[in-house]
Design a protein around this ligand. Structure first.
Ligand code: DMJ
Length: 604
């Protein structure tokens, strides 16, 4: 990360100081200048030259198995992308000091967690925050260490970063510590972590690139299948990977969430084989999107043997989520060089609005939006709508917000804001002030709905269609609500845990940067305080068993996304606006920022 960007992440400065720094940075730092000037060759943005030049006989994986031609990309011309961030004009000294204190509180939480990992699980994938044990859950390459690299930089923990970098030479990405590899997780956490640390240090540490390449080449092997669809749960074996089409069905999220990392790797190395490996997936998504049962959306499972989508379940949550998120982000990272990504994003959002969004039925008239699920009964084709939401779906507000700016769709911004409000509401409604993993709620699909006590109670019993409600039925429903801690309009808390997930703060951070709405910082602070209060453990922070219970037990789990996403977004929302500006960085789904260049934006 260039020095000025690091500074802006560590200190809170006031308007005049920011202005002077930015001016100096613009005058003296070449990479900031290149933001509005010519693409910078060192950063791999000379993308046009790379397109459509490869021989059709080049193969995806050179083990001799399955030659696949390079597919020409649809458009090589960069497009200007409108500026994404709101332009702030004023900040008081009091506000600046308050943000500085909040930021430091987040940094202390990170240091506590990092010390737990350093002292008890160094080079293991995760530390167990209660027992101080260690585990290997993600290939055994030190997931937490690599997922944390960029957050260490952003928080100014330079010595810790250097120590982590020294350990990188002990990690060998050419063979995993476990035989079963989750390609999606390896890609977003490890490859994403290495690439963003490389970007933030302006290429200073060659080992980051060396390791990113080593890992990229390893993951590239997963594409060595007859139909070019990667093994996503890869039973890796040495010396020869399987060379078969994956046998098991593939989750949509695992299929469509390799693009940002592979693209950035191609941009940085100048080697386009990673980009080319993606083409098959891009074409598959593009060709199938409008012929599914819900045109614009894909079902959650893909059958790689039959080469078709196989399930009848449509959701924007877990198993599907980041494929949608990556449509708009890949468009940004490619500086608009792909009509396919733009078209797919717009079709998906239009279909989401038509088919999945619903309004929460709130007693206080608060405006909240959620994205439910649709299931089709295979035999009859009958459709069921689920008024369900989950923490994982909270990324949606941020995605729709970014899409509204990138594709100039202003009315989507208010949808994004109401989606974010739905997640804030779900945090605030729980006794711990923390949203549970999965819940069902009363709502209305096509228009806002007035509060209706009986409708809520009937919904709890699964009898929404009935008009009459005898007294004993009402009492039964009230009893269930009491026993299960269902505050109106909640119908069911299907999974009451909190796994230290980031999606809500991620979208709150993005909406703050998009709109400048300062109350979002106060919301974030309340959320952080509750998470601090209920999840702090001896060696870090522990997942919470039951968000409905202020005496809830903790679970001995602290996944690496706590370091790479949750704490990073909490830190960033209290940081200066030029600390990882959304006009310069696009975040992968694990919270890792990649530098992008918008060559010719004329927007102010
Ligand atoms: C992260 O690993 C990523 O955000 C992923 O896309 C989904 N879930 C987790 C965090 O909840």
């Amino acid at each position: 990360m260039s020095k000025s960007v690091i500074l802006s992440c560590i200190t809170t400065r006031y308007l005049l100081f920011s202005f002077v720094s930015l001016l100096l940075a613009y005058l003296y730092l070449p990479d900031l200048k290149s933001r509005t000037g010519r693409p910078n060759r060192n950063q791999g943005y000379e993308y046009e030259e790379l397109s459509m030049t490869k021989a059709a006989t080049d193969i995806v994986y050179d083990s001799g198995c399955c030659p696949l031609p390079f597919v020409p990309r649809p458009s090589a011309m960069p497009r200007s992308i409108p500026y994404i961030q709101h332009k702030f004009t004023f900040q008081t000294e009091h506000h600046g000091n308050q943000m500085k204190e909040r930021k430091h509180a987040v940094k202390r939480a990170f240091e506590h967690s990092w010390n737990g990992y350093k002292n008890h699980a160094w080079l293991w994938d995760e530390v167990s925050p209660i027992s101080g044990g260690h585990k290997s859950t993600l290939g055994g390459w030190g997931a937490t260490l690599i997922d944390s690299l960029d957050t260490l930089l952003i928080m100014g923990l330079d010595q810790e970063f250097e120590k982590a970098i020294e350990s990188l030479s002990d990690i060998d990405f050419s063979s995993p510590g476990a035989l079963g590899i989750n390609v999606f997780e390896t890609n977003i956490r490890y490859l994403g972590g290495l690439l963003s640390a490389y970007d933030l240090t302006d290429g200073k540490h060659q080992i980051l690139l060396e390791k990113a390449r080593q890992l990229g080449d390893f993951l590239y092997g997963a594409f060595d299948t007859p139909n070019g669809i990667p093994q996503t749960r890869w039973n890796w074996s040495n010396p020869s990977p399987t060379h078969e089409a994956p046998r098991e069905s593939i989750f949509l999220a695992e299929l469509g969430s390799l693009s940002l990392e592979f693209t950035r790797l191609s941009q940085i190395t100048g080697d386009e084989k990673y980009l080319d490996a993606l083409q098959k997936i891009t074409d598959l998504l593009h060709n199938t999107q409008n012929s599914t049962k819900l045109p614009g959306l894909w079902p959650v499972l893909f059958d790689p043997q039959a080469m078709q989508f196989s399930s009848t379940h449509f959701t924007l949550g877990g198993m599907a989520d980041s494929t949608y998120e990556y449509l708009v982000k890949e468009f940004v990272l490619l500086a608009g060089r792909s009509d396919k990504y733009r078209d797919m994003y717009i079709s998906a959002v239009e279909s989401m609005k038509k088919n999945l969004l619903f309004h929460g039925m709130n007693q206080d008239g608060r405006r909240t939006l959620f994205a439910g699920n649709i299931r089709f009964v295979s035999e009859t084709g009958q459709e069921t709508f689920e008024y369900q939401t989950e923490h994982l779906k909270c990324f949606l507000g941020g995605m729709v917000g970014i899409g509204s700016k990138v594709f100039n769709r202003p009315s989507d911004l208010s949808i994004a804001r109401e989606l974010v409000e739905g997640c804030i509401w779900a945090y605030e409604l729980m006794p711990t002030g923390i949203m549970p993993e999965v819940l069902y709620i009363s709502g209305c699909k096509n228009s806002r709905c007035e509060w209706d006590d009986e409708r809520w109670l009937r919904g709890i019993l699964g009898r929404s269609d009935e008009r009459e409600m005898p007294l004993e039925v009402r009492e039964a429903a009230e009893q269930i609500a009491l026993i299960h801690g269902l505050r109106p309009p909640i119908l069911e808390v299907a999974d009451p845990s909190y796994r230290l997930r980031p999606e809500a703060i991620e979208s709150i951070f993005i909406l703050y940067r998009l709109t400048g709405e300062r109350s979002l910082q106060d919301t974030a602070w309340r959320m952080f305080q509750n998470i601090e209060k209920y999840t702090r453990a001896e060696h870090g922070y522990a997942a919470l068993d039951d968000t409905r219970n202020t005496e809830s037990a903790k679970l001995d789990v602290m996944e690496s996304f706590w370091f790479s996403e949750t704490l990073k977004y909490f830190y960033l929302i209290f940081s200066d606006l030029d600390c990882l500006s959304l006009d310069e960085y696009v975040f992968n789904t694990e919270g890792h920022p990649f530098k992008y260049l918008n060559p010719e934006s004329n927007e102010i």
